[in-house]
Design a protein around this ligand. Sequence first.
Ligand SMILES: CC(C)(COP(=O)(O)OP(=O)(O)OC[C@H]1O[C@@H](n2cnc3c(N)ncnc32)[C@H](O)[C@@H]1OP(=O)(O)O)[C@@H](O)C(=O)NCCC(=O)NCCS
Length: 203
Amino acid sequence: MNCDGSITVLIGGKELMDSAESILRGFFGSSYRYARAVVDHGVGSVALATINGSNIGAAVYYGVSVGSIKLCIIYYIAVVKGCRGLGIGKVLMSTIEETCADSDVYIATTWFGNEPANRLYKSLGYIGYTWGELRRLIGRRAVDRLLRATCGYDDDVAYVKPVVSDSDVLSTLKRVTEGSDDVNRLWRETCLGVWLRFRNAVH
Ligand SMILES: CC(C)(COP(=O)(O)OP(=O)(O)OC[C@H]1O[C@@H](n2cnc3c(N)ncnc32)[C@H](O)[C@@H]1OP(=O)(O)O)[C@@H](O)C(=O)NCCC(=O)NCCS
């Protein structure tokens, strides 16, 4: 894969998913179906990074209102193996942030030991909290809603960043409990439903 040249990031929906699929499936394997589900559901968007017409990175993200705030969830992101460490992940993330600028908080989740992902989020000013830390800081109910909104059950760390740079991200996140929980339908169809189908297919 030739990673030299200027990076173009295309933003779209289902029409970009086939191109994004091989990149995301290459790293995430069957978990990729969660990414597909949010795009098929009409909520998720796709960011596709290309160099000279070759697809070299992809991400799936979505905006969702939870309580009285709007979250921008960077759900799945991957850069093809030979092109990592060259700044492509950062370009993808920054482009997503721009398109999500009407949100209150950006959020991405990952697991302990995924150093490239941890570094990527930190390099862009995200602060990482384990779900346990967040429960202590913003309460169990708020974290339950964040888990549903991000489908982040298998992940250990939530990386968060306020859209307005000097705002207090934890105070903002507490507001996910204000009002009714309208992420339930999204969670049932793109998270729980996918997990149940996966589990039934395995057993
Ligand atoms: C995570 C991933 C998308 C990062 O994309 P990338 O294009 O390689 O990242 P970038 O080159 O933009 O680097 C972003 C920052 O992370 C750092 N970084 C990236 N990979 C790193 C590595 N392997 N070791 C140490 N630091 C690393 C870079 O130095 C940079 O920080 P800086 O700006 O302070 O120098 C890519 O590694 C990947 O596809 N990994 C597999 C999929 C994955 O884990 N996705 C996330 C799941 S939650």
